[in-house]
Design a binder for this molecule. Structure first.
Ligand code: FEO
Ligand code: CA
Ligand code: CA
Ligand code: CA
Length: 632
């Protein structure tokens, strides 16, 4: 039930036969034992935690892997994780927090179904996805020891910023009346506003009180939704591409999928399938080539907002360019409710899945970003200078810098291709603003590698970057970085950039093919959410059909041994997504998104099972029963 199932890249940018041939030759060499592993061939030095020997380290298969010393919990069995309620390792426990529709502060409007548009403005949105915990009392700004921006501070009290990716009309608007048959079209502006207010971001203040996490009254809590004032910065700000004939002020963020956070303590939310909320009331409307490349269509994903809200009508000339205002990375200050969310245009416009930041050479910030569509690309942004100096000068490190797109070569190397007017191949775009607004078209032009739906990225402590490629049922020609055609179950690629994140070359390998886990208890498919912890664990969350009726899940991999253990399974029809921790890594937050796909016949979670109560997206707060590090 994904919004990501379309294909928008019809460019001729396709990998070549010889790349595939080289890849096959390389695999043959590896299997012949001439190289120890794909990892060593790609120059990985191994992670900086306690290592043992190299007796039977097996990067090619699953069956002979060493037992990890990082993970000692009892895994959830495949046979157990398939019902209407979540299942967690017997060594762990969870509680539910902030279900869709709860007030963002205890004194706010209580949950009732279906939500009114007015109440929903002050209630937790739907479609829980990426999120970050920002501990109270310490912030990263100008703290030399804290380039994560939130490493220190309270483990019991913080701000939680959380994305609300989407909720369908059939889930949000079901008021017991006929809604144009199966289409669930809105019947009024009130319907549209209820839907719009359920999308966006929540920022809530949470605290552990007598052993239980809860929201508290807060001056900082806020909702950011589709009608919240926003602003633009960076090279496209002020450009006619972001202005409409109607002159309406920029409002809102939508389809907020994954996330990131900055060293200076702010939250980054990513606009993914923004195209689907636009439609055309005039049947004669046809997309421009640019609109087509971004997937705009007359019907969109069926939300029908354009029927009552002209802003989302692609055929309304007064709102020309409104669609260019979506598809960006948006910066939110979780501590300042008066801050206007800022769309950082230097990071490009595409279907941003998420963003993972690292601090590289010269203290430049480097951001890794996937564009989740079949045959779309992986990007990175490198700030122009030292992030602290830029901020002291009153500049945002996310406003000035260089955007690149990745090309993966068959020999295990790759190149970051610059997307700016400095690249002669892009001269015909005429301006950096055009290149950034139509980054997908620029990436097509320079020959980026079309990937199998890039989802989350994460930066591991050894400097390798991991990216989930969730699946691609339409791939017919394999290449080195996307070696399965079709790719039903996805894989995870990793790379290490030259010059400590800032260089334009990299070495890469495939960390794991999901299908290689399918004959084992460690089985997973469709990797999506991803987090590399400081010890060498990789948290992998899934979104798609798992083997043997298993629900979507959180598994943890040891990046050294590649052993996998299953920590948690969700409920029927959901996906598991969103991952953040307290600074001491003894409290984990994850989400169930679209439990039961909204159908009370499948699950009623988090309510007790009664066959009738509407299931609700919610957060799980997870701890190890013995108080240990999460994942241990
Ligand atoms: Fe919103 Fe690509 O997942
Ligand atoms: Ca999703
Ligand atoms: Ca996702
Ligand atoms: Ca997904």
């Amino acid at each position: 039930m994904s919004h990501d199932e379309e294909i928008s890249n019809r460019s001729e940018n396709r990998p070549f036969e010889d790349i595939l041939r080289q890849y096959v030759e390389r695999r043959t060499v590896l299997k012949g034992g001439l190289a120890t592993a794909v990892a060593s061939m790609s120059g990985f030095s191994g992670l900086a935690f306690a290592d043992d020997d190299d007796d039977d380290d097996d990067d090619e298969g699953v069956g002979r892997r060493r037992r990890s010393r990082l993970m000692n919990f009892e895994p959830v069995k495949v046979a157990d994780g398939n019902g209407a309620v979540p299942v967690i390792s017997e060594d762990y426990e969870y509680q539910v927090l902030i279900p869709w529709g709860d007030p963002i502060v205890p004194s706010g409007p209580a949950y009732s179904y279906p939500p009114s548009a007015e109440d929903q403005k002050y209630q937790i949105g739907i479609g829980h996805d990426g999120m970050t915990y920002f501990p109270m009392s310490r912030r990263g700004d100008d703290d030399d020891d804290d380039e994560d921006g939130r490493r220190r501070g309270s483990n019991r009290h913080g701000m939680l910023a959380i994305n609300h990716e989407f909720g369908r009309n059939s889930t949000i608007l079901d008021r017991g009346v006929a809604r144009n048959g199966a289409d669930n079209q809105p019947l009024s502006l009130e319907d549209v506003r209820a839907s719009q207010h359920a999308h966006g971001v929540s920022v809530v203040e949470i605290k552990k009180i007598r052993g239980k996490w809860q929201t508290v009254e807060s001056q900082r809590a806020r909702r950011i939704h589709v009608n919240t004032p926003v602003t633009f910065s960076g090279p496209v700000a002020g450009n006619p591409l972001l202005q409409t004939p109607a002159g309406n002020a920029p409002l809102g963020t939508v389809n907020n999928c994954s996330n990131g956070h900055t060293p200076w303590g702010t939250y980054l939310t990513c606009e993914e399938n923004f195209n689907g909320y636009f439609g055309a009331n005039d049947p004669s409307w046809a997309p421009t080539p640019e609109q087509d490349r971004y997937g705009f269509s007359a019907g969109g994903f069926g939300y029908g907002w354009q029927t009552f809200d002209d802003r989302f009508d692609l055929s309304n000339a007064s709102y020309m360019n409104e669609e260019n205002r979506f598809g960006w990375v948006v910066e939110i200050d979780p501590m300042n409710p008066d801050q206007t969310p800022v769309k950082r245009t230097a990071m490009g416009r595409f279907k941003h899945e998420g963003v993972a930041l690292a601090v590289g050479r010269g203290k430049r910030v480097v951001a890794y970003m996937g564009d989740d569509q079949r045959f779309d690309y992986i990007y990175k942004f490198v700030s122009a200078g030292n992030w602290k100096r830029m901020r002291r000068q009153g500049k945002s490190p996310l406003d000035e810098g260089t955007l690149y797109v990745a090309r993966f070569d068959a020999d295990g190397t790759g190149e970051w291709l610059e997307l700016s007017m400095n690249n002669p191949a892009l001269a015909f775009f005429g301006s950096d603003a055009n290149i950034l607004t139509y980054a997908r078209l620029a990436a097509d032009t320079v020959g980026a590698t079309p990937m199998d739906r890039p989802e989350w990225t994460t930066v591991a402590p050894d400097g390798s970057v991991y990216c989930t490629l969730t699946n691609n049922s339409l791939r017919t020609v394999a290449d080195a970085a996307n070696p399965l055609a079709p790719n039903a179950d996805g894989h995870i690629v990793r790379w290490k950039d030259s010059k400590r994140f800032t260089g334009t070359t990299f070495e890469w390998d495939i960390f794991i093919l999901a299908k290689d886990t399918h004959s084992t208890e460690e089985s997973f498919s469709d990797p999506d959410g991803l987090y590399a912890d400081p010890d060498g664990r990789l948290f992998i969350q899934t979104d798609g059909g798992q083997k043997d009726g298993l629900n979507n899940q959180l598994v943890i991999a040891d990046t050294k041994t590649k052993e996998i253990r299953r920590l948690f399974t969700g409920v029927t029809g959901d996906e598991i997504t969103g991952v953040t921790m307290t600074p001491d890594r003894r409290t984990l937050f994850i989400n169930t998104q679209h439990p039961g796909n909204g159908d009370p016949a499948l699950t009623n979670f988090p309510a007790p099972t009664d066959g009738a109560t509407r299931p609700r997206d919610c957060t799980f707060v997870i701890r190890r029963k013995n108080g240990g590090i999460i994942g241990s």
